[in-house]
Design a protein around this ligand. Structure first.
Ligand code: LLP
Length: 385
């Protein structure tokens, strides 16, 4: 399904494009830092498989002391295949199928993060038929604004995720009373690419309030899962290659008021892998428009959908040219007007055959690949320095 090369930096220029270039040295450094900062407070990270499930990365991630966070039955199976302990896998999702619930229970994962009363009822029914007790947490929609793009906000009333605050008690009562469910605790997630810590402070206050008012201790709950969301620097990825894990975990430690015996988990995806990947592409053509220069690349929205879907901007640099600077619209070959990586990018004078690096493409790039326009799957180069 993917090509794996182990190359020296100087070799990769001859590779067929487009391809994702993964830097495992940076991945190790990131994992070491993230684990250290979480470990200081006794916290544990569950890597969010959705960010990137390439085995070249997940094999390394699972070798650290981390669990996995999954959002489909296939992700659960893949996480276990790639070395995460089943007992450290959590599974969220508003639309788990019967088969996916059955599979998760069969795999003996740590916890299903349930997102509605109906889902709890179905999970109990399936567990009973399997003569098992299902470990569940209730995912709460905390009504906390994340100040990020609206498509990656998850914890507001208008979002489909989690149980509305007004209905949490009902869901918890059901989970506490059903003989086929074991209530593990609460799950939250307010959004992704969150660069200010303020929303997390609000989340902590909400969590403190709920843990008390919902009598979580007397319900025997021991698990608190606070989701992911820590943002990365898309503008200056080289300077800030590692996300501010210290400030993120320290903030939770300073603001959470919950019993010290709780297992506290964080589902980080983007901040673990985003800076470890670049999308490498060749310029197929350059052309002039009215007041514009286009650089048309062989990668498109099918290999990196983020700019088209969230208007996100990734740093683009040239690997092969050092001519005078010019402004380009860097666009892909897909038959869609939204297939634009970035407008008005300053690049050294660019011609057919030049290679460009689109930075911060380790998260939500390869895992969101499409084969729209019947595109081939891009290659993968794994760099070990
Ligand atoms: N846990 C849950 C329940 C989630 O919904 C997500 C992301 C994560 C963890 C991981 O969050 P992270 O640490 O990666 O921010 N495709 C979008 C991002 C969608 C994120 C959805 N949920 C993008 O490219 O920006």
């Amino acid at each position: 399904m993917f090509d794996l090369y182990l190359l020296k930096m100087s070799d990769y220029l001859s590779q067929q494009t487009p391809f994702y270039l993964y830097d495992t040295t940076l991945l190790h450094r990131t994992l070491a830092r993230a684990s250290e900062c979480a470990g200081r407070h006794g916290y544990r990270i569950h890597y969010a498989m959705k960010a990137n499930h390439n085995p070249a990365l997940t094999r390394i991630i699972s070798s650290y002391d981390m669990g996995a966070d999954c959002v489909s039955g296939n992700e659960v199976a893949e996480a276990i295949r790639q070395g995460f302990a089943a007992s450290e896998v959590v599974y969220a999702g508003v639309g788990k199928s019967d088969q996916e619930i059955r599979q998760a229970l069969d795999s003996n994962i740590l916890c299903l993060n349930c997102e509605s009363l109906e889902e709890l009822q179905l999970t109990a029914e399936i567990a009973q038929a399997m003569n098992k007790v299902a470990p569940v947490a209730v995912r709460v929609n905390p009504g906390v604004k994340a100040n990020t793009h609206k498509y990656i906000t998850t914890g507001m009333e208008e979002n489909k995720f989690g149980v509305h605050l007004a209905l949490v008690r009902q869901a918890l009562d059901y989970a506490s009373e059903s003989p086929w469910l074991r209530l593990m605790g609460l799950h939250f997630h307010i959004g992704s690419q969150i660069t200010s810590l303020e929303p997390y402070e609000k989340l902590c206050h909400r969590v403190n309030e709920l843990w008390q008012s919902m009598d979580m201790d007397s319900r025997g709950a021991t698990l608190l899962n606070l989701g992911g969301g820590l943002g990365v620097d898309y503008e200056d990825p080289e300077t800030n290659a590692i996300a501010p894990f210290d400030r993120y975990f320290d903030l939770f430690a300073a603001n959470l008021r919950v019993p010290s015996h709780l297992k506290i988990r964080f589902e980080l995806g983007r901040s673990i892998v985003a800076q470890c990947g670049k999308l490498i592409t060749r310029v197929l053509y350059t052309k002039k428009g009215i007041n514009r220069n286009f650089a048309i690349t062989d990668a498109g929205m099918t290999e990196l959908m983020r700019p088209a879907l969230y208007q996100s901007r990734h740093l683009i640099t040239s690997l092969t040219s050092n001519g005078p600077q010019q402004t380009y619209d860097v666009v892909g070959p897909i038959c869609e007007s939204s297939d634009v990586f970035a407008k008005d990018v300053m690049l050294p004078e660019t011609k057919r055959g030049d290679m460009l690096a689109i930075h911060t493409s380790g998260a939500y790039a390869e895992s969101m690949t499409l084969n729209y326009n019947m595109r081939n799957r891009p290659g993968v180069v794994v760099l070990k320095r």
